[in-house]
Design a protein around this ligand. Structure first.
Ligand SMILES: Nc1ncnc2c1ncn2[C@@H]1O[C@H](COP(=O)(O)OP(=O)(O)O)[C@@H](O)[C@H]1O
Ligand SMILES: [Mg+2]
Length: 230
């Protein structure tokens, strides 16, 4: 479903300094597989997800999603790919202010011209499963940090994407909520054959994945995906 080949992304930070965020990273994820990308802050996790989301161009390498190279899409194709094929829960909690939680979660469905009633029906059940069923009509600014994140998870899953990217998904959730959200994500991936890439610095979150890769110096430390030490 997702094939990343020899991805390289360096950032010039002025002068002769170069940050080697990604330095020849390769990774494949099959449909129905939840893979964690584990590494401390600054190891290139967000850079990788942004490249897979076609928001950032790599210097070298390829990213294929369902066989198609998404690093070669036009801006219009990339927007369409993100809307229809991808569910990206980014680190920024960018909800539309003044808009209800349920409308925020249904945003991509509205983009697809799905009617309000049907869109609400689809996202309401997801939001219920994510434990924010009581918050449907609350406006974005009335939600806690963790609730906002779950609205974004509902938004990402609403279109039934084949690939889900999640950046520090559980960073702002307490342990019990983290478990709930990760359990839901694992179930969705396995049942609906969705491939998921979960970037995290939290070993507990990584523990939910089918495979965990450790990122260091822009490459996977363990191409064979050894389990994390306790
Ligand atoms: N636009 C950018 N310009 C310069 N350096 C960047 C940029 N984006 C990321 N970096 C650098 O690349 C490295 C990896 O960053 P990032 O992908 O955000 O790591 P992580 O998500 O694992 O914390 C860091 O050293 C970061 O400072
Ligand atoms: Mg990051």
């Amino acid at each position: 479903m997702l094939e990343i080949e020899q991805l390289v992304k360096h950032f010039c930070t002025g002068g002769a300094d170069v940050v080697r965020a990604l330095d020849g990273l390769s990774l494949s994820i099959a449909p129905g597989e939840l893979v964690a990308l584990y590494g401390p802050s600054g190891t290139g996790k967000t850079t990788l997800l942004n490249i897979v989301a076609a928001l950032l161009a790599p210097d070298r390498g390829r990213v294929r999603v369902a066989g198609r190279d998404v690093t070669a899409l036009s801006a219009r194709e990339a927007a369409r790919y993100r809307r229809l094929e991808l569910g990206y829960v980014s680190q920024s909690l960018d909800l539309l202010p003044g808009v209800s939680a349920i409308d925020n979660a249904a945003l991509k469905l509205f983009d697809m011209r799905i009617g309000v009633r049907e869109a609400h029906r689809r996202v309401a059940s997801l939001m219920e499963r994510l434990g924010i069923g009581e918050r449907l009509t609350h406006r974005a600014e009335e939600l806690s940090h963790g609730e906002r994140q779950r609205v974004l998870i509902a938004r990402a899953l609403a279109t039934g994407p084949r690939l889900v990217l999640a950046d520090e998904l559980t960073g702002s959730l307490d342990t019990a909520r983290s478990r709930e959200v990760l359990t839901l994500l694992t179930r969705v991936c396995h049942e609906d054959r969705v491939a998921a890439l979960l970037a995290t610095h939290d070993p507990q979150a990584a523990g939910f994945a089918d495979r965990t890769h450790v990122l260091q110096d822009g490459r996977l430390l363990d191409p064979a995906a050894t389990p994390l030490p306790d």
